[in-house]
Design a protein around this ligand. Structure first.
Ligand code: ADP
Length: 654
């Protein structure tokens, strides 16, 4: 294959063409030649040179016409055109044609000017191609310079082009002397970037602005550059104010003039993009570390359902190695027991825009079964994130809890049964004991009469009388007291057990009315003891009316029973709504209960001072049982010698 030429040279005069081609060839350029405008167009389209160097006057099509045609061609648009004019154009022509070509050479010119122009064009083309210059920026500058040059009759040196380009470029530009790395030329863009003036920079060398490499490193880099001709790397420069900025540097050994190598440098400030990269890296790192703290497996899929990324916590395993699923569609790699519910959840998630979930079980390698919960989220750009959590432990705990709950309920039923059977069945032998004891009492009476009729010595009579009048009646009375006590206890137990088993008939209750009725039942005691009762406005509640009535009857009965003798009794009953409950308070100014007894009084048969009053120690146990069954609570606040407050909370009703 013929190597792509740098330059297509079009000139009608073979001698002139040959001379120009020789000069260019000697400088290392690859040159293709054309003798007419038509040939020039054909060859440029075929060979795509970087630069077309055209005589202004050509057979078929003249130079400006070729320029226009190249500009108009899709594939030839980027070829830079330089026109060689034999004489400066007149003012009118200059204005009309200036923009036609990217550069102009006006005779007479020497080889150095020709070569400088060509080098400049090639460099501009390369810079644009490698995006070192914004596309078209070089062209615009060259054209502007070309216009100036035509107008000024070719008297301006070629450096004008060059100066204009480097001064106007958006990237920093310098030329440095290879031998001591001193700045020879610096453009405005670099002055702006570094904060130095041109004069300051021209008195400096690379090490004054280089923030990473030391002068030895720079020297090594320069000598390497002299061998390889060009380099491109990133580094960091120091501004005049000491701050640093990141630069991407493109370097080329420019020319060796009088034994001196010059280094041409384009430096682009990449601080912003570096910072953006760094921010991205940090946020990625944060995201990763956040992810690593998540005990779940996380997968990402693209819109088509292919796995694009995953995260697995360190101590977990995946059902297959990542290389087997990354890039694949989930239908291809995931078993149907997961992929089918997944497809359904994904469709739901896309419709609802919400997190959708499903659960499944998978056998583990040890033969056990593991349970998983999967959550699926579809983002707006159709990306899908799936979070998979192992819920085996949770499931086991739930099952154990359920089991425990059932077991507890069973035990409770069993206990209730025992209490019921014991209290019920024990009462019948007790009735026997009671019955036969009474029988014994009757027999004793008969015995007494029989003995009275007997004629026996007085000493013997006295002995027998001691048994029939003292010992036997006393024993019988102990037996009967014990039996009736036991009977009372068993009756209490039976009541409690029945209470626990009775079905609740829940209805809205007018507690005020229930209490008013209860107070009527206690009217006699209240009047006899001269107790003042105050009844506030009471909220309604929800419950079994009979059982709730029992609660207040027990509390009011206690309030009356445990008043301080000799002190005017006061009972106040109030109520209010709080947190969805109706909370009632039965308060008295009675004996009060010391703190250490306050919990115990709700226990079965617990009484503070059994000798002082009648009772079974069952009333508050019943209160608590009923309140618990209603989903409420009972609490006490009491001060010995001052009085007690019993608070009862029951579900409120509107
Ligand atoms: P009983 O009244 O049959 O003894 P309770 O279970 O109703 O059984 O009460 C348990 C004990 O709590 C009572 O024996 C009494 O010592 C104490 N008590 C209950 N209510 C009050 C009250 N309003 N003031 C002082 N003590 C009380």
């Amino acid at each position: 294959m013929v190597p792509q030429p740098d330059i297509l040279l079009a000139h009608a005069d073979p001698a002139v063409r040959a001379a120009l081609a020789r000069t260019l060839g000697a400088a290392g350029h690859r040159v293709a030649e054309a003798s007419s405008g038509d040939e020039c167009l054909r060859l440029t389209a075929e060979l795509r040179p970087a630069v077309a160097l055209l005589a202004h006057t050509l057979p078929d099509l003249d130079g400006p016409a070729v320029c226009r045609a190249l500009r108009a061609g899709q594939g030839t648009r980027h070829i830079l055109c330089a026109l060689i004019a034999d004489a400066p154009l007149s003012g009118h022509d200059a204005a009309a044609q200036a923009d036609l070509a990217d550069a102009w050479l006006v005779r007479p010119f020497g080889d150095p000017e020709l070569l400088a122009l060509v080098r400049l064009l090639l460099r501009t083309s390369a810079a644009e191609q490698h995006r070192l210059l914004p596309a078209g920026a070089g062209l615009r500058l060259l054209r502007a310079s070309a216009a100036e040059q035509i107008g000024s009759a070719g008297s301006e040196p070629i450096e004008v082009f060059y100066q204009n380009i480097v001064q106007t470029a958006m990237d920093g530009f310098w030329i440095v002397r290879a031998s001591d790395a001193r700045f020879l030329t610096v453009n405005d863009a670099y002055c702006h970037m570094s904060g130095y003036s041109r004069d300051e920079l021209l008195a400096m060398c690379i090490s004054d602005i280089e923030a990473i490499e030391n002068p030895q490193d720079t020297a090594v880099r320069i000598s390497r550059l002299r061998c390889q001709g060009h380099d491109c790397f990133e580094t960091r420069h120091r501004r005049k104010d000491g701050t640093l900025f990141d630069v991407e540097v493109s370097v080329r050994v420019h020319a060796i003039e009088r034994g001196e190598a010059l280094i041409v440098v384009f430096a682009r400030d990449i601080t912003a993009s570096k910072q953006a990269q760094e921010t991205l890296r940090r946020s990625e790192a944060r995201y990763r570390s956040l992810l690593s703290a998540i005990p779940d497996r996380v997968f990402r899929h693209d819109a088509e359902g292919r796995f694009t990324d995953y995260h697995a916590p360190r101590d977990t395993t995946l059902i297959m190695p990542p290389e087997m699923f990354l890039g694949k569609h989930y239908h291809e790699v995931v078993p149907p027991e997961i992929s089918e519910p997944f497809a359904a959840a994904l469709a739901r998630a896309r419709r609802s825009g919400q997190v959708e979930r499903f659960e499944y079980d998978l056998p583990a390698s040890d033969g056990t079964s593991h349970s998983f919960e999967t959550r699926v989220v579809a983002s707006e750009d159709q990306d899908v994130v799936t979070i998979v959590r192992n819920i085996t432990d949770r499931r086991q705990a739930e099952t154990a809890q359920e089991h425990l709950g059932k077991e507890l309920a069973r035990k409770n039923r069993e206990l209730e049964q025992i209490v019921y059977v014991a209290s019920h069945d024990l009462r019948s032998p007790l009735v026997n004991v009671q019955g036969f004891s009474r029988e014994l009492q009757a027999s004793l009476e008969e015995l007494r009469h029989a003995i009275a009729a007997l004629d026996i010595p007085a000493e013997q009579r006295a002995q027998i009388a001691f048994l029939t009048e003292n010992d036997i009646p006393e024993s019988l009375s102990y037996i009967l007291t014990g039996v009736s006590k036991m009977d009372a206890l068993l009756k209490g137990l039976l009541r409690l057990s029945r209470l626990g088993r009775a079905a609740l008939c829940i209805a809205p209750i007018d507690v005020g009315q229930i209490i008013a009725e209860t107070l009527i039942a206690f009217d006699f005691q209240i009047k006899q003891a001269g107790v003042r009762v105050e009844l506030g406005a009471l909220p309604r509640c929800k419950g079994d009316p009979l059982q709730v009535g029992q609660v207040f009857a027990n509390l009011i009965s206690n309030a009356l029973k445990y008043l301080v003798p000799g002190r005017l009794g006061m009972i106040t009953i109030t109520g209010e709504r709080a947190d969805g409950m109706a909370v009632y308070c039965v308060a008295d100014n009675g004996l009060g209960i010391a703190a250490e007894h306050q919990d115990k009084i709700f226990e079965l048969y617990y009484r503070l001072d059994p000798a002082r009053s009648e009772g079974e120690g069952l009333g508050l146990t019943i209160v608590r049982t009923i309140v618990d069954r209603h989903g409420g609570w009972v609490r006490i606040a009491s001060t010995p010698g001052v009085g007690s407050q019993f608070f009862v909370a029951l579900p409120e009703t509107l």
